[in-house]
Each structure stands twice: as structure tokens, then as C-alpha cells.
Write a protein that binds this ligand. Sequence first.
Ligand code: WTA
Length: 667
Amino acid sequence: MTGRPAPPATAVAVDTLFEVDQLLEPPRAFREQAKISDDSVYDEAERDFRGWWARQAEKLLDWVEPWHTVLDDTDAPFYRWFVGGKLNACYNCVDRHVAAGRGERVAFHWRGEKETREVTYADLYRDTQRLANVLKARGIGKGDVVAIHLPLVPEAAVAMLACARIGAPHNVVFAGFSPHALREQLVFSEARAVITADGVWRDGRAVPLKARINEHIADLDGLRTVVVLRHTGTPAEMCEGRDIWWDEAFATAPPDCPCEPLDAEHPLFTLYTSGSTAKPKVVVHSTGGYLTGVGWTTQNVFDLRPDRDVFWCTADVGWVTGHSYVIYGPLLSGATSVMFEGSPDHPHRGVWWETVERYRVTILYTAPTAINAFLGWGEEHPSRHDLSSLRLLGSVGEPLTPKAWGWYHTVIGGSRCPIVDTWWQTETGCIMITTLPGVMASKPGSAGRPLPGIHVDVVDEEGDPVRGEYGYLVIKRPWPAMLRNLHKQGDRYRQTYFGRFEEQTYLGRFEERTYYVGDSALVDEDGYFWIGGRVDDVINVGGRRFAASQVESAIASHPGVAECAAIGQRHETTGHAICGFVVLRQSLAGGPELERQLGDRVAERLGETARPARIVWTASLPKTRSGKIMRRLLRDIAEGRDLGDVSALRDPDVIDELEQAFSEQPA
Ligand code: WTA
């Protein structure tokens, strides 16, 4: 693949609102206090990655029994880490902090839609034991899958940890998914129990949850228990003998439940991931390796000081980011977090910034989809609040354009906070590529470099490393937090992730089985990784290949643009014609002059070949429930195809709007 990001300019271009096109060293004040402030850690990990990870596992976690083998690769790609070791995730996240006298520390400042609550480690200690006993009384124990279908409430944390306490792998199903999707997951995972709520709040309205799922779970014989939390007060019919109210069950549950010592490889949870197009996969994560990766990254990528910081990861527990950086990472570190139920624009567009101010949040971790929305809404919302407590900002989920980076840095971070743009996946379990904030300069638009102990590369079709051009992102060595399998689909696991470059391994060219990520990326002269997006989204114009993110960064550099998506629309002679779907900042309207300006920006950076053949103005982009742009759908619309499965869409109404915009704005 060809094409590369524009070389760093020496100064901030004046005509580009917020765009920062340069290397930014960590602010001195930040570096001086950072937990990791020199880069020897990279070499140290490189010299012996097994030994290095073993030392981290020992430092980060309390083990009941030590492991005898750090990494067992005899059955690769079914890797096993810390073999022989025993531990318990709930013990590490809760009990040990209480035992150390920190029970009164707030684990979550919870801001619900209707109420707020402070949840301490002692509260989690009490409630996880009770819920674990409720489950045990229903015959649920080690190895039984428990589905959790809850909104972002503290009880979601209690539910996950209670499962971990007794060794029942949890399978969280995002509360916004349809009852049909829930059912599918229950059947596939053979779940023995569901923990859910009477309803969820959606922008002030109570939406039923339990009542909606009733008919979809009625015939599931293996499902013996449904625990229902009263949250919205929505009535729900209960099935005698199977269903039980959370509060009633708690009233009679015994208070003490010891933590079950579990093998390091015991599955902590399974989680669906849709990937880009294929049928959803159910990723299996381990206990010891997962917690090691998540613990290390929480404490070092976010430079987290549990006694001082207030950490806020805005993800829902329905996604891996919620698992790793709302629940397990912060809790095993003994940190204080914010948990926020609801949307960023309810009851008003400043509610996040009001929340930062209220709890004096020091570290904010969110996604480009949110940052782009705020950018579109304008500075007046954050500017009404005191954001001076913030000291570090993070992003995950999609490429962050240099423009969005600059906006986040300036408007939210007051130009004083480093930004960690973190690349990872449901499958990787923890952050893999980013900049350690006290050590490494940021390049807006680039995620940074592989973390210590992580061996990532960009290769061509043959598996040979490529530099300065886009290629396939791969992971060349196993890492502790990696997925262990796809639930009940070992062959699919092997083929999907390790099949692509199998030959190279057999030929002895690769040291270990190489993991195929499915993203395109470029490594520049400084070893920084620029993520291009999913491989399926690569655009090919007359033999020149462009990553969606390259075109999008160029379009977004225009001061008037809030957000955009670029796709290749099939074209008879050139292969693809580039089509840009553009959302403008508030109160701006598109037109031929603006279209020309956007085209010029793309042509200037990537050459005339990349000039979009067409710009479509739209009020919104099609996104998944976790906030990722569905470029596949935009291609289908552009090429007039049947839209296929759109159940992943957060807002199905957007389709009509886009189809209309597309037909009314001819090329
Ligand atoms: C994309 C979310 C660019 C990427 C933790 C990856 C990113 C997929 C970034 C995984 C980033 C995630 N820059 N792209 N910083 N972070 N992605 O499984 O395509 O929901 O493969 O995990 O999101 O999404 P998932």
C-alpha cells in the first residue's frame, strides 16, 4: 500500500482550526511527576519479554499459588500464561484493598440519570459476597456462564465481580442490544443465569428491559436463574422459581463468601465482538494474563495514582473498554473512578464537563466518536466548566484525526494534558500501541508505539516488514492479555487470527505464530504507528491505496468539518472513486465552494488521485452501538446495494437520511 501521512510541519498552520501537525513532547510538569519517565522499560522488556511479564504479574497481583511456567507455547496458537498459578480476580480487585485498610475509599462516584451514589471498596466487598451467595444458592459455580444485561450502574460491577469471585465466567450483553441478540448469546454460551434490571433510563425516559426479554427467554431450559435489579421501577412479570428480585435475594443471602482460587487460565469472561463484517465472534479471556495486561496498562499508560487520581473511562461495561478500564484495571489498582449512566447530551451538552468539574476528574478516557460530537457542538459547553483538574486525556476505538486531537488537547486539556491515543481490540484485552505519557512525544493522528513487552509490526502480503507505507498490522509474539480462544470455535480462532501468515511461521521466518489484526497501519521513520482503519476499508484509486483515516484526516482538517467518513465507491476505470460523507460543525451548510476546499485539502496532502469524486453532506454518520463508523454501510448506500444486516446500528433512522442525502446530492 502507498501513501503516508504528511511530514510533521514545524509550526501550527494558522488556517487549520486546532490542527496540530507536529511532535509534542510531554509537558515538563507532567514528565517530572510521571511514574515512568525514562524509556529503559522498553529495552528491559525487549531483552526477555517472558521474564518481564512475569515480574509485572508478580508485582501487580496477589497470587494464591505461584506459576511454574510463564508461557506455554507447545500448543500454539493456544497459548497459556502463568501456568500452574492460582488467583482470584475479585480478591485482587476488592478484598485485598479492604484487607489493607482502604475499604472506605470510593471505588465509583456514580452519576446515574436520576440519582448519584458513592460506592466504596467496602460496599463492593459486602455486595459481591452477597450476590455470589445468591448465585451459589441457585447452584451456580465454577465454570457456569452468567449473562449480565445491565445498564451502567454500580451493580454491573458487583455482578461481574461476584461471578469472578466464584469462577463463573461472565458474558456481558450490552443493555442496548435487542432481546433477540440477548437470546442468541444466551443460547450460544449456554448461560445458566442472567442478571438484568427492570428497565433502563434513556434520556430521562424509563425503557423496559426485563419485560421486553421475557418472551425471548421463556423456553431456555438451561437458564435456571434470572436476578432482576430494580432500577427504573418499571413493572415486570416474574417467572416463579426462576426469577428473583435483586433486593429480595440480598435480604436473605448469607454475608460471607470466600473467593475461589482459580487457575491463571480460568476463563474470566467471554465477550461478543462483531469485527467488521463477519458473524460475531465470542472472545474468551483468561484470569491471570488478562489482569496482568490490564493492570499494567491502567497504571502506566494512564500514569494512575490510586490515592490521588479520579479516573473516568466513559465506556459502557457492554464493551471490552468497560471491562478493562471501568472495572478490572481501575479496581485492581485500588483507584477511584467515575461511572456515568446516560448520554453525553442529556440533560444538556455540557453534562460531561459538569461531571469532570464535580468530581475533579484527573484522567479522562473516551472515544473519537464523542470527541467529534463535542467538537461539532462547539466550545461553549466545555468552556462553562472548570476542567483544571484534568491532567491526562485518552482516546480509543477509532483513529483520532489530528484536528480532533488538537481540539481535545486545547479545549478540554487546556494545552496542558498529554493525550494517549490507545490502539487495541476486544481480542487484545488491553492497550497495545500508544505513547507512554511521561516518556514519549505525541504525534497527533498516530497512536504511538507498541508498549513494552508487545511485539507489533506492519507487513506486506508476504509477511515482509514495510516502512513508510500502509500494510497489515500484525502482532508477532503472544502477550498475557490476549484472547485464549473463540468460544466453542477453536478452528475459527486459529484461522481468523493465525491463518493469514501461517506459512511464514512454518518456514521459520517468524519466531512465533503471528496474529493477524485486520487493521491497516503505517510505521514512520520514528517507529510511530498510524492506524489506517480496518483492512476492508482500504480505498484503491487507480492502483494507489489509501487508508480511510488518511482521507478522513485531510477532510477533517478543514475548520468547518466536525466529522467525516471516507469510502471507495466502485468505479469502472479507477477501481474506486473516493466519496466523503461530511458532518459540518454547527450551523454551517455545505456547498460547491466548500466541496472544492475539502477536495483541495485532500489533494494537497495525498495527491490529486485522492481528491474525492464526491462529497455528501449529512447530519450524522452510521455508527455501531459502540460508536464506530460503519463504512461498509456507506459503501452499500453508494453502490446502491441491499443494506444487509443493520442490527449493529445505533440509530437506524440514519439510513433513510443518508440514502436521501446521497440521491439528492448527485456527484
Ligand atoms: C479500532 C476497542 C485507531 C481498530 C478497544 C481495532 C482504533 C478496533 C483505535 C477494535 C485507535 C481501536 N486508533 N483505531 N486508537 N483503537 N481501534 O474490538 O480498527 O471494539 O481493530 O476494541 O477498533 O475495536 P474493539
